[in-house]
Design a protein around this ligand. Structure first.
Ligand code: GLN
Length: 289
């Protein structure tokens, strides 16, 4: 444990940020490695005579920060944690770092199913760290969710994140490709959500190195046109959703119209392209018949 004055800390922090990186990543480092949350820091930082407590010394924190800057390694992987909505999730390079825009998937569900006492039966396909399912399981405690991922390591991380975030037992995890582990639940789902890999191949090749060199390809690449997995999910959805059941998909910035056409072709109704906070048609939703 290191005790340090706010004055000394602020000087050090400024020096670190002058080397590069952003405030948000630095906050992840301070919280997840230093044990100093942003809210604690904000409370104390106004008084230069206050003392801050850090779990690690400045040299150690600095070495992690330098690693992040030098190798373009995402700070979440170096710290093993990511913040998403109100969750603190374990992440390794086996799972995609959950993105802020994906937080809106949960808000879309909140708009469709307004009562938190709803007894939904939902599925998440390709869960990664478990972020979306865990948020839904916590928000709708009387619901049940079935969660799939093709990667056993990812599924173990999602399961750990669930047990760390909740004392509930309303999620079940299955290893397998998209719908395949869910054969027993055909025609039973009120809702299915997915943030599948949707990056087209040529875009994938040009992704920034902090994404391409570190995050799992299997969670990003959506085949030649980016729609390979979205197509499969939509084509099989009618077998698994209840009549009037909802499908909510995240897609690439320019795929909304194409996903809409796929939904129409597969007899979905109430189709809508929903914008993210940057005004991008990031989600496409519809109900089966
Ligand atoms: N939004 C992610 C990115 O831009 C991609 C996530 C995905 O393919 N599902 O890196």
């Amino acid at each position: 444990m290191l005790c340090i004055s706010v004055e000394e800390f602020s000087f050090w922090k400024k020096k670190q940020l002058s080397k590069g990186g952003d405030e948000q990543s630095f906050a992840v480092l301070l919280d997840c490695v230093g044990g100093l949350s942003t809210s604690d820091l904000n409370l104390k930082i106004i008084n230069p005579r206050e003392t801050l407590h850090l779990k690690k010394n400045l040299e150690f924190l600095e070495s992690v920060w330098d690693d992040h800057l030098l190798k373009s390694s995402p700070i979440q992987y170096l710290c093993g944690k990511a913040f998403w909505r109100d969750l603190k999730l374990i992440v390794t390079n086996k799972v995609l770092i959950p993105r802020p825009e994906t937080e809106l998937v949960v808000d879309i569900v909140f708009k469709i199913f307004r009562r938190k006492s709803e007894k939904l039966f939902f599925a998440e396909l390709g869960t990664g760290s478990g972020a979306i399912s865990i948020a839904l399981a916590l928000a709708y405690p009387l619901s049940k969710g079935v969660v799939t991922d093709i990667d056993q390591d990812a599924l173990e991380i999602a399961t750990k994140n669930y047990t760390n975030s909740s004392k509930q037992s309303n999620l079940k995890f299955y290893c397998g490709n998209w719908w395949s582990p869910l054969e027993n639940f055909k025609g039973k789902l009120d809702l299915a959500v997915s943030n599948p890999p949707y990056i087209p191949r040529d875009t994938y090749e040009k992704l920034p190195k902090e994404v391409k060199n570190f995050e799992p390809k299997v969670a990003l690449l959506g085949g030649e046109d980016g729609l390979e997995h979205i197509r499969e999910i939509i084509q099989k959805a009618p077998f698994f959703l209840k009549e009037k059941g909802w499908l909510i998909l995240e897609n690439h910035f320019d795929q909304g119209e194409k996903v809409k056409q796929l939904l129409i072709k597969n007899k979905f109704t109430s189709i809508e392209i929903v914008n993210d906070l940057s005004g991008i048609g990031r989600f496409t939703i519809g109900r089966y018949k």
